[in-house]
Design a protein around this ligand. Sequence first.
Ligand SMILES: [Zn+2]
Length: 84
Amino acid sequence: MSGYELRAQHEAADPVGRETTRWHVLRQGAFVAMCGYRIDPVADTRPIADVHAIAPECRCLQCWQWWDAVEEVWAEGSPREPEP
Ligand SMILES: [Zn+2]
């Protein structure tokens, strides 16, 4: 599975640095997640293979629902992907 990646949504951490609050699913090289969230270009990236390793409380619900639909469609052997 390629063509997708996970990008982090960060929030400023106290007193310095940044915290990852949520992960989103994006097409590789895109800056807008499947849920419509605009990703910071310097946000952390993880391979899409980690999608099931992300803690449930850190998942963007909309992105994960879309991803579940993609995996289902692909499991049926279709190269197609559902519209977000
Ligand atoms: Zn999202």
